[in-house]
Write a protein that binds this ligand. Structure first.
Ligand code: FEO
Length: 406
């Protein structure tokens, strides 16, 4: 059964929702699913813009066949060939052997590397600034390297002002019938998943996202629709999502507030984290979230670290090192290039307490622009009443830092 949505008079969403895959890229949990968006333009030539993951191939095929109503598919335009979008290319080629493929030279190279049987079909290589006309619609191509793979481009339909933005402006979450961002409560239901998607998938490539935003800024007046490869289509309020992307890709905090991430073996470090949270709230901090790194997938921790201006890392010492899950969190923050945060430390160790010094060394020597607040809470096994002054001093130092920054 087909399931399509109209974007404009002659452009349709022909993608699919996926609630079966548990791990996106086999690493990031997607408990609320994900959509793979493909679009079909019915001009004098029919143009399929990108395809979908193999798991969603059948649905996309039914959608395309329904709209083509027996006519051939003329053009397959590939902005991004990563298999969550490109896996169905070969099936399209089998069903529509006369189809012409338009993409970047690097994308064709990667298709061959992945074993896609594209040779023997008409391949049109395009580069930045090239244009192509399908009838009444003319498109221009804009390279978008590392957003999210090196071969990526975005395509702008200058006739209708439609930007096919590839992974940019995408999000986790299945669409489930809704298509446009103005059909959902984005702030309530989508923002966290959009941030988790962007920061974990493209976080490392902030400067490349900035470059693409700069290019998009040059045509912003002409853009009427932004059609990403995951998540909702934008047709209004562009400044909202552009502003979020701008902040995330500049590693600028989205909110002034505190994320407390604790690693606790027997609940004592957790107790200190909770006591600190209570003190901070008493002192007026309202934007605050507490996470147990042992049972929170690191993709959520990364998203929250990108969101907040201040991070508290509370960790036990383990094998004379940082507790492994906290160490993993630090390594992921580094890998995703997170920078320019104020960090406070809580350490614990029943003998040879090392975690504070080691976390500080990691933050200062392995990451960029991480400022460690000069006040630490140091515990030996558990927090007793004698630590009250230290806790108070740490809470005050964090509040002072928040005030100083705002
Ligand atoms: Fe959604 Fe980079 O693929």
């Amino acid at each position: 059964m087909h399931c399509v949505r109209k974007v404009t008079d002659d452009l349709y969403w022909v993608g699919a929702n996926d609630h079966r895959t548990t791990l996106f890229e086999n690493i990031h949990p997607i408990p609320t699913g994900v959509s793979y968006n493909a679009y079909l333009l019915l001009d004098e030539q029919s143009v399929l813009v990108d395809t979908v993951d193999w798991s969603a191939c059948r649905q996309m095929m039914e959608n395309v066949e329904h709209l083509l109503a027996g006519k051939p598919l003329d053009v397959l335009l590939i902005n991004h060939m990563e298999p969550d979008h490109g896996a169905s290319i070969e099936e399209i080629l089998r069903r529509y052997p006369q189809v012409k493929i338009i993409s970047t030279p690097k994308a064709f190279m990667l298709m061959r590397q992945f074993g896609f049987d594209i040779d023997g079909h008409e391949l049109v290589e395009v580069r930045e600034g090239d244009t192509y006309t399908f009838g009444t619609h003319t498109v221009t191509f804009v390279e978008a390297p590392m957003v999210h793979w090196p071969e990526a481009m975005v395509t702008f339909d200058v006739t209708d002002g439609v930007l096919f933005s590839a992974d940019a402006f995408g999000s986790f979450n299945a669409l489930d019938g809704k298509l446009f961002a103005d059909e959902v409560d984005f702030d309530r239901d989508w923002l966290d998943e959009a941030r988790r998607y962007l920061t974990n998938i493209v976080g490392k490539y902030g400067p490349h996202v900035q470059l693409l935003l700069k290019k998009a800024g040059g045509i912003m007046e002409q853009i009427k629709y932004i059609c990403p490869l995951h998540g909702p289509v934008w047709r209004e309020n562009f400044e909202y999502i552009v502003d979020k992307y701008d902040k995330w890709s500049r590693y600028e905090p989205e909110v002034s507030g505190v994320m407390i991430a604790y690693a606790s073996m027997y609940g004592n470090t957790e107790g200190a984290a909770q006591a600190l949270a209570a003190k901070l709230v008493e002192k007026g901090v309202r934007n605050l979230a507490v996470y147990d790194v042992s049972n929170t997938h690191v993709s959520y921790l990364i998203s929250e670290a990108f969101k907040y201006s201040h991070i508290v890392l509370a960790s036990v010492t383990y094998n004379l090192g940082i507790y492994p899950v906290m160490h993993n969190f630090l390594a992921d923050m580094k890998a995703l290039n997170l920078q320019n945060r104020k960090v406070a430390l809580v350490e614990n160790g029943s003998w040879a307490c090392k975690s504070g010094d080691l976390m500080q060394k990691f933050l200062e020597e392995e990451m960029k622009g991480m400022t460690v607040i000069n006040q630490r809470l140091s515990l030996a096994s558990a927090m007793g009443e004698e630590k009250e002054d230290e806790l108070e001093a740490l809470a005050n130092a964090i509040v002072d830092s928040i005030i100083e920054e705002s």
